[in-house]
Write a protein that binds this ligand. Structure first.
Ligand SMILES: [Zn+2]
Length: 373
């Protein structure tokens, strides 16, 4: 590589770092860019100028000032790129649209049972195009589609390996991508959820997704923000033994986190979680006891994860969104299980956004734009 090419590569790498930094921080000033990324002020200003000319950055608003000159804030140009996210579930498909600022701007859901037939993928493609049409977004700005599946995946082959929830194995998404005319990337649903929940955060964490299936993913700090594929790893935490009995897990055992701490452990096989918690609040017989057993098992799970990983733990998913009301009861149990440390501040309840897994998968797709700068 000649010296001139080398310099060009360095400039490009710096510009990518700037865009990724702003993506995680939201809005920043020019001096924050220079100091945080250890660039000289003239270098930072030149890169920012070029990134604005190319349409990646916009200037908007000003710092609330307490005197002195106000600094203009820089943020990503939200209309520069979009990605769609698809969430494949046993009885429905969720669609989301995420802009370059990682904001979800549109969502839709259709009822259609999962099937491996061509007709299913054909319907999914048609609904995706209708969804994008309805959003009114410039199609040329849509950079790709992230597909979240409730199962293990081989990302580099764009393949779902196995999904106990969908009762399917070895499903490739390469042809679907070719067929709809957008690059696709399949993601493990829990990893997508974790990424949506923890995106931009500096601290490592284990994310527990408490949905109809209860599983975990490990979030690690990215070196200059690596992206979904390298910052989030799936895990087998869902099959950790946290108690006795309960529903039979798909691994063939009972007592797994996945059976004792899933949403079904509270609501029953076909029940609704909101109905369950209404009954708890109304103090209907038996419901509080079921919740208490659930919290006992969750406390064991949380303590084991804490002991193994030593980092904070974020509780998310459908159950997570109800846990705020029972935080003290959970904390007390965690402190009882962990005899070595009564501090439970490592435990955090997430934002538990609906569509989190599809959003996370779409966010991973948006990030590809940054590499093309
Ligand atoms: Zn299991």
């Amino acid at each position: 590589m000649g010296k001139r090419e080398e310099q060009r590569e360095v400039r490009r790498a710096n510009k990518i770092r700037i865009v990724k930094f702003i993506s995680r921080m939201g809005a920043v000033s020019k001096s924050e860019i220079a100091s945080s990324l250890r660039l000289s002020m003239p270098t930072a200003l030149q890169h920012v100028k070029e990134l604005m000319e190319d349409g990646y950055l916009v200037e908007n608003g000003e710092y609330g000032s307490t005197g002195g000159r106000k600094a203009k804030m820089l943020s990503l140009n939200e209309t520069m790129a979009f990605a769609a996210g698809i969430d494949i579930e046993p009885n429905h498909i969720g669609f989301v649209l995420v802009n370059m600022r990682m904001e979800m701007v549109q969502r839709a859901k259709i009822r259609i049972p999962f099937s491996r037939d061509f007709a299913y993928y054909e319907a999914m493609g048609k609904w995706l195009h209708a969804f994008l049409e309805q959003s009114g977004v410039d199609r040329k700005r849509v950079v790709g589609v992230g597909i979240s599946v409730p199962g293990t995946v081989k990302r580099e082959e764009n393949r779902m390996i196995y999904s106990p929830v969908l009762q399917a194995e070895n499903v490739s998404f390469n042809r679907f991508g070719e067929w709809i005319g957008y690059p696709c990337q399949v993601e493990n649903g829990v990893c997508g959820e974790a990424y949506e929940e923890l995106f931009g955060e500096e601290e490592e964490a284990v994310y527990l997704s408490l949905n109809d299936v209860a599983e975990g993913a490990v979030y690690r700090r990215g070196n200059d923000a690596d992206g979904l594929g390298s910052q989030v790893r799936p895990s087998w935490i869902g099959h950790m033994q946290v108690g006795n009995g309960g529903l039979l897990c798909y691994c063939g055992r009972r007592g797994c986190l996945n059976s004792l701490c899933s949403a079904k452990a509270l609501s029953g096989e076909n029940g609704k979680l909101d109905v369950f918690f209404q009954k708890v609040h109304r103090k209907e017989a038996g419901y509080k006891q079921r919740l208490e057993k659930y919290l006992d098992c969750l406390a064991v799970a949380v303590t084991n994860v804490r002991m193994a990983f030593g980092c904070r733990i974020v509780l998310g998913g459908a159950v997570g969104s109800y846990l705020g009301d029972f935080r003290k009861e959970l904390d007390r149990r965690v402190a009882e299980v962990d005899r070595l440390d009564s501090d439970t501040s490592f435990l955090q309840i997430g934002k538990c956004q609906a569509d989190a897994s599809a959003c996370g998968a779409a966010m991973g797709m948006v990030e590809r734009v940054f590499e093309e700068i």
